[in-house]
Design a protein around this ligand. Structure first.
Ligand SMILES: *Cc1c(COP(=O)(O)O)cnc(C)c1O
Length: 465
């Protein structure tokens, strides 16, 4: 015993935090896996409730201390005070904003991505993960009709995608037009994240009034012909507005972009998945986009947080976003003749290989299952419109744009829709938020979950008497 000169060191080692924190603990792992199994098995996921923070703050007060506590106690606190005090966007009864509907396969694989600590920023560190992510990106690029040169990466969301793409549009535009001060044009219906991105980029927006909420080539031509000021270098089109599901005239807009050498960016964060459906014809012209984003965490059934960002010519993006630092030189010296390092294509460096959950689910279920699921939701939107037309006490505002259905209860104002929203949530029947349409507060169904039924939709309309 005493002839082990390291004995004391072993004893010390056992008490080092690393030995506790970085060692596999079957008790802790068992607890968490058991919870994961339970949550994963939910079908009609309860909506739950948004709650005021005060009782949660009180319940979790002092929870983080110097000494730590039993994992069972911490997990119990999560289940009792955190998991139940959320609105579950993946409930098939969630119709507000934009819902989520991740497949079970994608959810499970998100856990695998975490456990493998995948650093998805470069080929040097993750060529396996990047080959798989690029298969998904290629599939989306092909659906969009983008050329073989197209490529991209997955970023955290549509907002990050818009910002990264518009940063490239601005720089390329500055070079093309030979001036520093440039403008980017978008429709008055563009998503709020576009205005935000332009503010961050310090580029003033030229806001073009749309025709019946849909930006057409004519709208753009007229606005640009009347416009005087620093050059407009890019147009942002939307393929599926979030408020009403309307797809801009991508064909007409692409013609002007090609004529005038303007960057064409298409924001398909919500609507892009309809490329898989019989509504595909609405996307004609998308094949000319210089950049395109669509959110797998919306209608492509992936977990948060995941947006696909695609460029027609990724070299242009890399010329803007590549980070140079001596400690990163090995990333750029690695031999990867076919693809770009994901870090070079957006305003990020470290990144989760967040495209892998979708890759796994697509490979398991096949692309036909995805197309069928998207189509099923579009069919439900049509059935919802018919139901509204059949019911005497409500009115359809317009034919659904993709899977968003707007309706009104004549005589109702904002407070009535809010009271309905609160009552239905209280009863756990639905989460249905109103929106504003042409100055009027109206009802809105954002459909996205393939498990949503027409009965769940009808429960909302029946309550609006
Ligand atoms: C949701 C959405 C965004 C923002 O995407 P996030 O993933 O929430 O950042 C941008 N544009 C459109 C059209 C959207 O629907």
């Amino acid at each position: 015993m005493t002839d082990d000169p390291y004995m004391n060191l072993h004893a010390v080692a056992e008490t080092r935090p690393a030995d506790r924190m970085h060692r596999y603990d079957p008790h802790l792992a068992g607890l968490v896996f058991e919870y994961v199994r339970t949550r994963l098995s939910f079908t009609d996921t309860p909506l739950d409730h948004p709650s005021p923070p005060e009782p949660i703050i009180a319940a979790l007060e002092g929870f983080i201390d110097r000494y730590g506590r039993d994992p069972r106690e911490v997990l119990d606190a999560y289940v009792r005070h955190i998991a139940s005090n959320v609105l579950s966007t993946d409930s098939p009864r969630f119709f507000g904003f934009i819902p989520a509907a991740p497949t079970k396969a994608a959810l499970l694989f998100d856990t695998v991505v975490s456990i493998a600590s995948l650093q998805g920023c470069s080929w040097l560190e993750a060529s396996g993960a990047l080959v798989a992510e690029n298969q998904v990106l290629r599939w989306i690029a092909d659906l969009a009709g983008m050329p073989a040169t197209a490529g991209g990466t997955f970023v955290s969301g549509g907002s990050a995608g818009n910002l990264s793409a518009l940063a490239v549009a601005r720089e390329i535009g500055r070079k093309r037009f030979g001036v520093r001060e440039v403008r980017i044009a978008c429709s008055d219906e563009a998503h709020s994240s576009v205005a935000n991105a332009l503010r961050i980029l310090d580029v003033e927006a030229v806001v073009i009034p749309s025709t019946d909420h849909r930006l057409t080539g004519e709208d753009v031509r007229r606005a640009l012909d009347d416009y005087q000021g620093p050059p407009v270098v890019a147009i942002v089109a939307t393929s599926g507005t979030t408020n009403a599901g309307i797809v801009d005239d991508l064909q007409g807009i692409s013609e002007i972009c090609r004529e005038r050498n303007l960057w064409m960016h298409v924001d398909g964060a919500y609507g892009g998945a309809a490329l898989l459906s019989d509504q595909r014809w609405r996307f004609a012209g998308l094949e000319y986009a210089d950049s395109f984003i669509t959110d797998p965490h919306k209608w492509w059934f992936a977990p948060f947080d995941c947006a696909a960002l695609l460029y027609k010519d990724p070299d242009q993006a890399a010329s803007v976003h590549t980070q140079h630092a001596s400690y990163l030189d090995p990333l750029h010296q690695a031999d990867h003749p076919v693809y770009w390092n994901p870090t070079d294509l957006a305003h990020h460096l470290s990144r989760r290989a967040r495209g892998l959950p979708m890759w796994f689910s697509l490979a398991v279920h096949g692309t036909d299952a995805y197309a069928a699921a998207v189509q099923q939701v579009l069919d439900l939107a049509q059935d919802t419109a018919s139901l509204i037309n059949d019911l005497p006490h409500v009115e359809l505002i317009r034919e659904p744009g993709l899977s968003v259905v707007l309706w009104r209860r004549p005589g109702w104002g904002k407070d009535d829709y809010l009271a309905l929203q609160n009552r239905l949530l209280e009863e756990q029947v639905a989460f249905a938020t109103p929106t504003v349409w042409e100055g009027e507060v109206v009802g809105r169904f954002a459909l996205l979950h393939p498990s949503t039924t027409i009965e769940m939709v009808k429960a909302v309309l029946d309550a609006a008497v």
